[in-house]
Design a protein around this ligand. Structure first.
Ligand code: GDP
Length: 441
């Protein structure tokens, strides 16, 4: 289960909030700081999501000197396990130095944090809530744990921030049965129909067009060498294009859009004899824009004389014009003779896995620290950008969010530096990577 940790100074109302969220009275609550002793844990359902709630109240007692130090020592192990930290402050007391310290430490832990301003009963906005923006942890959610005000909204906010891991795990199980959806796109005459027929001839077809009905088939499903299902979508579009050889320019791009919207992995089929053309790049750009995984099929390899030079020229052109396609997997093949075609589906499967990658937050932030050190964020209007942490918002394609002060002003080249770092470090070749930069006030 995803772990939600409630952290904050003593007496801000952590235990009360814990009880509210858990829906049972488990923790001992009192108005004296440090009265609760053991770490409390409960399972709770928040907006339909099961979570483990951990209350760090009482942990602050154990450890040393300053209050901030005690808070840290007490919370560190709980925060380590957290998928989400609720950082609770007291809206009546305002943001204290201990809160600010703790926030600073918390940001470095690289965990998603939701700032909760408790004891905010009846107040729409007060100065403490406004001050709390300065903690750099995003928008605070005002609640009154004691009176239950705002708790439903808080639950929704929590549910929104939980990692989709649970879903992903379930989806993984389903994934095994669910066919991978791929599309074959490319210019007219690149050999798409020939390739499709070759695939259908070589692999066992599960469902597909009856003879004579081929024209209207929208997709065919076959099994790959591992016995897993691959659905080739929009094959009707394929055939249509192959027959109609006029008005090609527009049409092939138009139908590529349709095909790749339905696909997870796109096989960009290139005619290696003709080399790469503008239209190929146009289609590749669409793949990138739609955030699909991509495999390049360098077709008609049988007819290519200088293979090394051809391959090099095509790949350079492709990678030069498409920053997002760095390291894109390439399969050289001949749809006509069948040579190399057996390598296509394994490459498609591998691209699909990369596209589905989830990087654990801890690893992500370790990389991030190094990346910032190696090449510090630039000055913007004379002030250095402060980028604080990064999390992966979703997969398919891998999508990351960097938070920081004025992060939204990060220049293009620094963003590209981060994207390239992500791609290299976490082995994400050939998939578009999305990186959003979000400012915290
Ligand atoms: P589509 O428009 O992309 O579907 O292309 P087609 O599959 O109709 O193929 C266009 C032409 O290229 C046909 O004449 C095919 O025989 C030829 N072709 C397809 N694949 C190969 C290949 O691997 N090698 C060679 N030499 N010719 C091919």
């Amino acid at each position: 289960l995803p772990v939600v940790v409630i952290a904050g100074r003593p007496n801000v109302g952590k235990s009360t909030l814990f009880n509210r969220l858990a829906g049972r009275r488990i923790a001992l609550v009192a108005d004296t700081p440090g009265v609760t002793r053991d770490r409390k844990q409960a399972e709770a359902k928040l907006r339909g999501r099961d979570v483990t709630l951990i209350d760090t109240a009482g942990l602050e007692e154990a450890a040393p000197e300053t209050l901030a130090g005690r808070m840290r020592a007490g919370s560190a192990s709980a925060v380590e396990q957290a998928d989400l930290v609720l950082f609770v402050i007291d809206a009546r007391a305002g943001v204290t130095p201990a809160d600010a310290h703790f926030a600073q430490w918390l940001r470095r832990q690289g965990k998603p944090v939701l700032l909760v301003a408790n004891k905010a009963e009846g107040r729409v906005a007060n100065s403490a809530i406004l001050d709390s923006y300065a903690l750099g942890l995003g928008d605070p959610v005002g609640v009154s744990a004691e009176h239950g005000e705002g708790v439903a909204d808080l639950m929704a906010e929590i549910a929104d921030r939980l990692p989709p891991e649970e879903e992903a795990a379930e989806a993984d199980d389903e994934e095994a049965d669910r066919p991978l959806k791929m599309a074959i796109v490319g210019r007219p005459n690149a050999g798409k129909s020939t390739l499709l027929n070759r695939l259908l001839g070589e692999e066992r077809m599960i469902t597909g067009p009856e003879p004579g009905l081929t024209r209207d088939a929208v997709s065919v499903t076959l099994t790959d060498a591992q016995g897993r299902a691959v659905e080739i979508v929009d094959t009707a579009g394929l055939r249509r294009r192959a027959r109609v050889e006029e008005a090609l320019e527009k049409m092939s791009v138009g139908s590529a859009i349709h095909a790749l919207k339905m696909a997870e992995v796109v096989v960009l089929t290139l005619d290696a004899v003709q080399g790469i053309q503008d239209q190929d790049l146009q289609i590749a750009r669409l793949v990138e824009r739609e955030g699909r995984a991509c495999v390049v099929a360098l077709n008609k390899w049988d007819a290519v004389a200088d293979r090394n030079a051809t391959r090099k020229a095509i790949m350079e052109r492709l990678e030069d014009s498409l920053a997002q396609m760095k390291g894109i997997p390439v399969v050289t093949l001949s749809a006509l003779t069948g040579a190399g075609v057996d390598r296509l589906l394994p490459a498609v499967r591998a691209a699909h896995e990369v596209w589905n990658t989830r990087v654990p937050t801890g690893e992500l932030n370790r990389w991030f620290e190094h990346a910032l050190e190696a090449h510090q964020p630039p000055l913007v209007n004379g002030r250095r950008l402060k980028l604080r942490y990064v999390t992966q918002a979703k997969a398919r394609p891998p999508t990351f969010v960097v938070f920081g002060t004025r992060a939204e002003q990060t220049p293009e080249d620094y963003t590209r530096y981060l994207v390239n770092g992500l791609r290299g470090t976490f082995k994400l070749p050939g998939t578009p990577i999305r990186l959003q930069l979000r400012g915290t006030k």
